[in-house]
Design a protein around this ligand. Sequence first.
Ligand SMILES: Cc1cc2nc3c(=O)[nH]c(=O)nc-3n(C[C@H](O)[C@H](O)[C@H](O)COP(=O)(O)OP(=O)(O)OC[C@H]3O[C@@H](n4cnc5c(N)ncnc54)[C@H](O)[C@@H]3O)c2cc1C
Length: 489
Amino acid sequence: MPESKRPFRVIVVGGGVVGLTASHCLQKAGIDHVVLEKRAVVAPPEGASIALYPHGSRILHQLGCFEAVEKACVPGRNWLTRYPDGKKFMDNGYFQHLQENHGSSLLVLERREFLQIMYDKLPDKSYIKTSSGVKSIKETPDGVEVTLVNGDVETGDMVIGADGVYSMVRSVMWEQANKASPGLITVQEKTSIKTQWKSLIGVTPNIPELGDRDVTVVNGTGRSLLALSQPDRAYFFFIFRVDEPFTWPKRANYTDQDAEDLAQQFADHPVSDTLVFGELWKRRTRGTLIPLEEGVLTHWHHGRIVLAGDSAHKVTPNIALGGNSGIESIAVLCNHLQRLLQDGGATANKPKPTAAALDAAFAAYQTERLKRMQDILAVSSLITKVQAWDTRWHRFMATWLLPLQADRTTADQMSEIIRKGPKLEFVEVEGFRKGRVPFDDERGVGRGKGLEGAAAPISSLFLLLRSLGALAAFFVVWQGTRLALAANI
Ligand SMILES: Cc1cc2nc3c(=O)[nH]c(=O)nc-3n(C[C@H](O)[C@H](O)[C@H](O)COP(=O)(O)OP(=O)(O)OC[C@H]3O[C@@H](n4cnc5c(N)ncnc54)[C@H](O)[C@@H]3O)c2cc1C
């Protein structure tokens, strides 16, 4: 097709969580695209679980995928927190409270199964090209040329980098940005993707001690262990501080032997009062050691390239917000693209948006997302540290402040994040569950806000103040009771 007659076309690099969600959104928006995935299959047998919160689920509902995701798992029940010796010290109704707040709770399913559902539910699968690793990207005066490892060339009008935390699209973008505006992408930004943690992750057949739908979090000094059970299997994440933190472009390539050695070293680490980690590891059907990177970039776009998902914002997995955030980001980006192209710009007959209009849409997307992702990074990072008793202060928070919170407080704090989640603005949302906490857009609150707002966000200071309040109330009641007893009232 001659260049001028080609409709506006998006090239998505990466067919993971964000790439597949991108195809759903772009198909709904009627925008031509191709998703280029380097692997031979979209759902390889890798990773462990993915947990979806109601704000991610709401977008999946808009895309027609929520029902299948919900069917693939059973709702969670207990959230148990244990000391390093396996003794339980907290048990809260997190799942139940989330359910009450939002009408749906946290859904835990195998990551591979989630990716397969996202693929199976695509209205048109011909947009997805597997075995299509991208080698290079060139911006031309009126578009982009993307060259694959196999020599094929894809042309389009823009590139979405949905190629994960070690994104090659981002490297190309940085190079082009610094060429066009020397000094724009600084060393500080490039090295803001840090690795401070690593994790043994895996899947085992169900182990009765872990329940059939529960989350177990074992605290430790410099480590934490998370196990998520379902009736037929359990997923585990044994998270450790790395000896020497490092930043991009260094990348840890752990071997099977590294995983085995670490697992053996901590084989006797309790998971409950009757189970040790070695028993999980021995029964695993899959297990590996991976680095856990974290960081949020300050530049998410340049020229005709824009980033979404782990390529722009990466968080630790302790509160399961990484994938949910990627789904949010791609939904917001597609909202801006749909708005830009709605007057016929997506068709071959109308003039395409100018580079400046595209740049403005990308900038609006970044503005809408940046603060929220910085806040989510801070919360994820804090919880990772609290669960691993990273310092005495984190240990105090884990063992004194959090247990003093009311049973539903943790869920209510998470609801502060959930209610600010975006939706696709050009797709019907009717029929999604509702709970006692409406989404901000249902209350007419504007887009682009961070976690600050009417209710309290999660932070060290907030936890301290709330817990000091609880201590003060306890002291007043205790003194009152003592005085009343003394006075024989
Ligand atoms: C242990 C662990 C547990 C997690 N648990 C949760 C959870 O419970 N809930 C949650 O919300 N999030 C969770 N996350 C985070 C979540 O998995 C990620 O945030 C999410 O997968 C990011 O999606 P993405 O599409 O941006 O990147 P990825 O899923 O990494 O996908 C990138 C894709 O790009 C492809 N690719 C890379 N380079 C190229 C190239 N040059 N050409 C073509 N294709 C390329 C890759 O093959 C891959 O398929 C977890 C993460 C980890 C590590």
